[in-house]
Structures are given as C-alpha cells and as structure tokens.
Design a protein around this ligand. Structure first.
Ligand SMILES: Nc1ncnc2c1ncn2[C@@H]1O[C@H](COP(=O)(O)OP(=O)(O)OP(=O)(O)O)[C@@H](O)[C@H]1O
Ligand SMILES: [Mg+2]
Length: 334
C-alpha cells in the first residue's frame, strides 16, 4: 500500500506565561492509502496537537510548529502541508482531508440549516452549481443515516440530537470525497449506544469510500474492531506502533502493557475494576532529555534516564521506543 501521509519529526510547542509546553516532541509516522490508523494515549499525550499541527489549526501564538514535515501525496503529487499558505491549506482541509472533532455543537453553525452547511462545503471545494450541491447533500444525509433527508435538509442544528449532529459533521467531512478523514475522539460526547452506531458508520464508510482514517481515542476497546494499525502516544512522543493484532498480542512498550492492563476484560469476574497506570503524566514544561515514561516505568534503568529512546524496529510493521526488551526481560542490545 502506498503512503498517503508521511509525518517526520514533528515538534510543536506552546509559549505560555507558565513556561514552554513541549506538547509534541518529534513525532514520526506514516498513513497508508485506505487504512485506518488509531492514535491512543492518555489525556495530554499530544494526540490532538499532532493533528492540529498537520492541519494548520494550531493557534499562533501561543503555539508554534517548530520542526517537521507532513508530506501529503494525492493523485501522484506530494506537498508538505506544513509549507502551504493558509489559503492552500484551507483548500486541502475539508476537501482532500476531512475532519471530525469531538464536539459536533461547536463545529456546526447554529444559524445555518444543516443542508446549507453541507452544500456550502461542496460549492466551496468543488465547481458545482447550487442545485447540484443540494442534490448531493440530500444523498450525503442519507449516506450517513439521517432519515427523511429531504425534510431534514431544512432543519437547524438545535433540531438534531447529538448523534445526528455528529452524523452531519461526518457528512461534511466526506462531502468532497477526501482521501483522508481525521476523527478526533468523534464519539466521546455521545452516549454508548450512539457511540457504537457512529463507529459502525465509520466502518461502512471505510469500505464504501476507500478512505484512509486517523481515529484518535482514549478507548483501546473501540480500536480492535475498527483499526488496522495503532499508534500509542506518550508525552508528545510515539511510544509504540504496530498492527492491531501485534499490539494486543505482543505489546513491546511498558506503557502499552499498562494501557492494555487497564482494559476491562469480559472474561474476568471482577470486570468493573479498571487497573490504572501508577503515577502521573509527564510535566511537559520540562524539555525532554530522557524517556518520558521513565518516571512511571517498572523496567527503567540508567540509560532510560540519559537518552530519549528512538523508534526501534521489531518487525516491518512493529516499532517501539523503549530500551528494555520486555520479551527477553533485559535491556536491548545496541
Ligand atoms: N492552545 C494551547 N495552549 C497551551 N497549551 C496547549 C494548547 N493546546 C494544547 N496544549 C497542551 O498541549 C499538550 C497536548 O495536548 P493535546 O490536546 O494534544 O492532548 P491530547 O492527547 O489530545 O489529550 P486529550 O485526550 O485530553 O484530548 C497538553 O499539555 C495541552 O495542555
Ligand atoms: Mg485531544
């Protein structure tokens, strides 16, 4: 599979009155055509800032993307998204790259009808008439599972439930047949049943549109049924990346093990008990000079306090940033 997005050594900081927040500290990953990549990690690990940096949505100031590239390859030509002008980037956003954020209320305009908002996206990005945009909008509403799309076209956001509003945001994201959809915790504001429906909708879209999806979540449980690969973030770095099966069967990073241990298991009698990982997230005001997880790690040894671990390749689709070999029970060679 071809790589559609290659992110290299991304560094993003926030210059605040309290000091410099080292939010993203050298993130490198790739996204392949048509695959679903899940990004997991606890709150503050840099998941959203990574995606916002790529989409040019970091508020500057206080934020600044200080290093890196995000090479987007579409129809045979490649561009570094970090080098595009704001106008060029606006064209890509909502056009070739669609996005869905956590809170559909803040994404939708309360004083425009649902139909107008989707049509507007279409006419802004594609050279089509208002009438054609209207027809496509009705089809899009049907595609994301809104009943009576002709009637619903004329509704305002407040007339829709949370789940339906999120479906509308998804319709906007897919309107211009993007090659990538970035979904940042698209289900957290929704109740459990609706969450499951939205995950199911994404699964169907992935099949029907052959679109690559980046799915950001806290919830490793959702990941198993949806993603091809997983990227685990910790302290603004990538701790581990692997295919879903590999990650669940052979986690290589102590943090990933901790996350998997925190999953409620159906086969355990005491399934309500969640094991949380001891310790607190790293202080991002301190520049990273060693493994960000060392404070909380049972396996940390001298080297973990002296160097930032690079991504080590375990196999062609499995990389880990850790100096300790969990399988052998000893520090890695080299
Ligand atoms: N506008 C901002 N100003 C200052 N700091 C910010 C800003 N946006 C994000 N940060 C900081 O950057 C760090 C990474 O935040 P980010 O939103 O990427 O975390 P996340 O992994 O998406 O967490 P969550 O799971 O809670 O959404 C955090 O310490 C956060 O406080
Ligand atoms: Mg976030």
């Amino acid at each position: 599979m071809n790589t559609i997005l290659q992110v290299n050594d991304l560094v993003t900081k926030f210059y605040t009155v309290d000091g410099v927040i080292n939010a993203v500290n050298g993130v490198t990953f790739e996204l392949r055509e048509g695959e679903t990549l899940a990004i997991v990690g606890e709150s503050g690990s840099g998941k959203s800032v990574t995606m916002m940096s790529i989409l040019g949505l970091i508020p500057t100031p206080p934020g600044k993307v200080e290093n890196g590239e995000a090479i987007f390859t579409s129809f045979g030509s490649s561009h570094d998204l970090l080098q595009l002008t704001p106008a060029e980037l606006r064209n890509v956003r909502g056009g070739q790259i669609g996005f869905v954020f956590q809170d559909p209320i803040s994404t939708l305009n309360p004083i425009m009808t649902i139909g107008e908002q989707i049509s507007e996206t279409l006419t802004r990005h594609l050279r089509i008439s208002g009438e054609e945009a209207r027809e496509r909008t009705v089809k899009l509403l049907a595609q994301v599972g809104i009943p009576d799309p002709e009637l619903r076209y004329k509704n305002y956001p407040f007339q829709f439930s949370g789940g339906m509003r999120q479906r509308v945001v998804i319709a906007i994201a897919i309107a211009c047949t993007p090659q990538i959809i970035i979904a940042d915790e698209p289900t957290t504001a929704l109740d459990v049943t609706v969450q499951a429906q939205i995950v199911e909708l994404f699964r169907n879209l992935r099949e029907s549109l052959n679109v690559a999806i980046i799915w950001i979540t806290h919830d490793l449980g959702v990941v198993a049924g949806l993603a091809d690969r997983v990227l685990v973030m910790y302290g603004g770095r990538i701790a581990e990346t692997a295919s879903v099966d590999d990650l669940y069967e052979r986690p290589q990073h102590p943090y990933t093990m901790g996350l998997l241990g925190a999953l409620p298991r159906m086969d355990e009698s005491d399934s309500k008990r969640l094991v949380s990982i001891k310790g607190t997230p790293p202080d991002l005001l301190i520049p990273l000079r060693h493994c960000p997880f060392a404070w909380r790690c049972d396996y940390a040894f001298d080297r973990c306090w002296e160097e930032v671990p690079p991504q080590i390749e375990i196999s062609s689709h499995h990389k880990v940033s850790c100096f300790y070999d969990l399988e052998k029970g000893e520090p890695r060679d080299g």
